[in-house]
Design a protein around this ligand. Structure first.
Ligand SMILES: [Zn+2]
Length: 244
């Protein structure tokens, strides 16, 4: 995709939102008007309660806090490069569906889950990043993307996605984890016991219990009510911020 067509993006977003049971009006996508540098994340999700930090992925940092913060706690926010060399256009649907599964996880489990998931991602990336695709939340998102690709793409389209290094994981045939929250907490507990979590080592079993309780309370509460646009997804083409 040398130049992402915003009409195609909107069409795919609506289809993927419906598939993920996400209200398209709660979605805002910032299209960064630049070419994706090799090795960077092509498309990323910033959950409603998150802030941009120095270790946030580049495509989100280039959107910048000034544009993202006004949608804080109001929307599922996404960033995507406008030019994605080497990534076929047919991959756009499964890529969006993957990210929307993360949004779905936010709606089901809330911000405490994402804080726990981030601790795990941080430990995996410091260990070299090889375990990234094994993270429960990634397996869940890839499983949804894979099912979506099977429903929407031809065999030729799926082959094109499979042949692209940056998106081949979207077609994993693996079933999703049975309980993403629990599997995440079990893995965190294992790393905490081995002292492999960043910080002062004070994150322990009691914290894991608190996350478990927060997630259960969130799931039992009213569905979250996020509205970014009036009727559909909001798409903004933005120039990258200079300081990042
Ligand atoms: Zn993901």
């Amino acid at each position: 995709m040398e130049n992402l067509d915003l009409g195609v993006l909107e069409h795919e977003l609506r289809a993927c939102s419906e598939d993920a049971h996400i209200d398209p009006a709660s979605v805002v996508v910032f299209v960064v008007d630049a070419v994706r540098p090799p090795g960077t994340t092509p498309l990323a999700y910033l959950q409603p309660a998150a802030m941009v930090r120095s270790d946030t992925v580049v495509v989100i940092r280039l959107v910048g806090s000034a544009r993202l913060d006004p949608f804080g706690l109001r929307a599922h926010r996404f960033g995507i490069w406008r030019a994605l060399p080497g990534i076929p256009e047919v991959a756009l649907g499964p890529m969006l569906r993957h990210e929307l599964e993360h949004a779905r996880r936010f709606e089901r489990s809330g911000p405490s889950f994402f804080e726990a998931d981030e601790r795990l991602r941080d430990a995996v990336s410091r260990a070299g990043g090889d375990g990234y695709a094994r993270l429960p939340s990634e397996r869940e998102a890839n499983a949804s993307a894979s099912i979506y690709a099977a429903k929407t793409l031809s065999a030729t389209g799926r082959r094109a996605v499979a042949d692209c290094d940056a998106c081949a994981g979207l077609l994993t045939p693996e079933p999703p984890p049975g309980d993403v929250v629990e599997e995440t907490l079990v893995e965190l507990a294992r790393l905490a016991r081995r002292g492999e979590l960043r910080g002062d080592g004070s994150f322990g079993v009691r914290d894991l219990d608190a996350v478990r309780r927060d997630c259960a309370a969130w799931e039992a509460a009213e569905p979250c009510d996020l509205i970014a646009g009036r009727s559909g997804p909001r798409i903004e083409l933005v120039t990258p911020v200079s300081a990042w």
